[in-house]
Design a protein around this ligand. Structure first.
Ligand code: ZN
Length: 132
């Protein structure tokens, strides 16, 4: 009798853990997926800009090449940020989070506005003036 009770309890616990805990998978709207895609692209662009800056500082790039490539990345980034905003606006998603100064583009942690790098992952943050 005790064994039966234990077995029933174990079974109930297992059912609870494996059936009740997982939340129903939320289907993402096309706008949300689009936004995630654009946010990934934004992260890549920020990484590229950082790498470019690093290579310039190490003397691997001439000043001319650096300025040229930086301008291209920044142009791309500006376009991307604009796209992100319009996607968020048309879908009714909050837009203030996108423009928020101090929000890490990589891990989305909020940092103090005067931080130049993310306190959590070390990624460069968007400074109010534009370039670091
Ligand atoms: Zn971060």
């Amino acid at each position: 009798m005790i064994i039966l009770a234990c077995a029933a309890l174990t079974l109930a616990a297992l059912l609870y853990v494996f059936w009740l805990i997982p939340e129903p998978v939320r289907v993402k709207s096309p706008a949300e997926r689009e936004r995630e895609y654009l946010e990934d692209k934004r992260t890549v662009l920020y990484d590229n800009l950082r790498d470019l800056h690093l290579e310039f500082r190490m003397g691997k790039l001439s000043d001319h090449d650096y300025q040229q490539m930086k301008a291209r990345y920044q142009e791309e980034l500006a376009l991307l940020l604009h796209q992100l905003e319009s996607v968020a606006e048309s879908a009714g998603l909050p837009t203030e989070a996108l423009a928020k100064v101090g929000r890490c583009p990589r891990c989305s942690k909020d940092n103090p506005p005067d931080n130049r790098f993310c306190g959590a992952c070390g990624a460069p943050l968007r400074s109010p003036e534009g370039t670091p």
